[in-house]
Design a protein. Structure first.
Length: 200
């Protein structure tokens, strides 16, 4: 598969993933983003702050934005405002070819002090490296640096306090899997905490 065919395939996969993520409550019509690295360029979701842009679950391949590693627009309109974070991660992580950023229901509730509820498959088979960053203003250089630092330490799932989750992988499928797993972990952790409180 050449670069152009790869680009078309991944663009379709991103749009399909956004629909699925919306249906599963991992993103809202305007929040959350996905990017993939294709050779020397990055394909990323557009900004939601454009009146004419479609909602996340309605996006078409032609709505996606292509940029270079410096953030210069090659094709498309205005990229997501979280572009700086995606670029920081790609610059610092050679193995990373896909980034997923979700705003789930339970994941923003977690913090570094929480004891995560991990089932046996997660503990002993998948064993994703999970990290946390403190609360930062969204779309800032500080947030981008904090997340990138955790990924440089080997993290694949990064919980952003009161914000959401960032997951990375060498392929889009696994980045999406990790994002959904992150929300599953968060849900089980919050529910188990509530059960313990109710028993007191």
């Amino acid at each position: 598969m050449n670069i152009e065919e790869q680009r078309k395939t991944l663009a379709k996969q991103i749009c399909e993933a956004l629909k699925l993520m919306y249906l599963k409550g991992l993103i809202t019509p305007l929040t959350g983003n996905i990017s993939v690295r294709i050779g020397d360029t990055i394909l990323i979701t557009p900004s939601s702050f454009i009146p004419t842009i479609r909602l996340k679950y309605e996006l078409k391949p032609e709505d996606l934005v292509e940029v270079d590693i410096k953030g210069n627009i090659i094709k498309g309109g205005r990229p997501t405002t979280e572009l700086p974070m995606h670029l920081e991660i790609y610059r610092s992580c050679e193995k990373c070819n896909a980034i997923v950023h979700i705003h789930g229901i339970y994941s923003p509730l977690l913090s570094s002090g929480d004891e995560l509820f991990l089932d046996t498959e997660l503990k002993y088979i998948l064993k994703p490296k999970i990290c946390f960053v403190d609360e930062y203003t969204p779309r800032t250089h500080e947030l981008a640096k904090a997340v990138t630092q955790k990924i440089a330490e080997g993290c694949e799932i990064v919980y952003l306090k009161r914000h959401g989750v960032v997951t990375i992988s060498d392929n889009l499928g696994m980045a999406l899997e990790l994002a959904e797993l992150a929300e599953v972990i968060a849900t089980r952790t919050v529910v188990s905490k509530l059960i313990r409180i109710a028993k007191v």
